[in-house]
Write a protein that binds this ligand. Sequence first.
Ligand SMILES: [Zn+2]
Length: 53
Amino acid sequence: MADTVQIMCPNLTCKKVLAVPETARGKTVRCKNCQTAIRVPEASAAKPAKRTA
Ligand SMILES: [Zn+2]
């Protein structure tokens, strides 16, 4: 039911795409492949819904 957020591992030797739940936004997750700590971006960063009109 919950949406997932796809983030790519910043580790250049890994670059694995991880799917984490929306609830993980703003938190830090660990890459299952290389154990690198990755910060999951907030929703606003992914979807800029700003309108100036
Ligand atoms: Zn990784």
